[in-house]
Design a protein. Sequence first.
Length: 375
Amino acid sequence: MKYFLSLLLFVLPVSIHAQLFHLTGNTHCNDYDGLPIYLYQLGVGDRSRTVCIDSTVIKDGIYQFNIKTTEKPYMALLALPMKNRYFSYGLPEAECIIENGAVQIDYDGLDIFLRGGQMNQEYDRRILKPNRDTRKRVNQCLDSLNKAGITDNNDYIREQYEALNPGINQFIADNIANPIGAYMFLGRPKALFTEDMYQQLYEQVDSTFRNYYEQRVAREKSEQAYIAQSHILTNKGKSYRDFASKTIDGKDVRFSDYVKEGCVTLLDFWASWCGPCRAEAPEMITLYNKYHDKGLNIVGLSLDNKREAWLKAIKDLGLPWPQLSSLQAWKDEAVRNYAVQSVPFIVLIDKHGVLSEKNVHGEKLEELIKQLLEE
């Protein structure tokens, strides 16, 4: 019995070690030292199911992760946070496979190299290396073409990258029964497969992942139909669409609380992070001061999701009109009801609650306001 217990104590650490994924990343520079880097498990069939499973800080150009592995390997993503709303830090996002063993990621410009791990080496050999080689070849050719004054190179670039599709599809087919192949397959357009191949591969995907994918597709179709209907319902001549929101002090209100008979209403979709919105703010303030006493009301609807940033922008810009936001960004009811796809976005409503124009700015906006006030 004593010998048996000793044997267990000897084997146990080896068994535990065999179920660990050790990842070392080397950026080969010190530009990112002190920054956090996040490790995400990518959602198969539905990217919204992606979850952050760990984070660490880059030091001397190096970062490391130790992750307990699961029964089946899965695809993961390594990414820095955004520098701000508009810019990234420059380190490319990198995908790797969580599997038993030690793996190293090396960065070289936009290129990612994976070393170690059975599946990671296979992924690098069959997917990443052909992509690296193609990028190098394309860049060299484009340099030559540009020097020769040939700038219309889109067809050439497309052809070079389309040539990678057969290899990618074969890698997917070889791994379709595991989360790696399923992730890649369900994330690629159907048009990149023959109809027969797509159907054969789809039937081999784990039913759980197929359900996630089908739910996502149904959700996207429903949202597309809703937005298409919103475009129709917000055409010129339609009655304005009401929606629920909150004021800057958190009070529940409806847009209809601000639409008054006999007044022209301007609904201004904007956000604190939107540069063009901030640039347009002085013109909007001028319009408000010039026409408010004559019957123009403005209501701001922010696409922010951070209360502090929203309130600070209102104060910094000196916006004098009522401000609303559910702090749900693009999921805001008002954004969906008016099919807003970019900001700034303006909706102009006449004295009787009828939609007059959408997405007008500058001199044309002022001309329309004057016409509506005079009617």
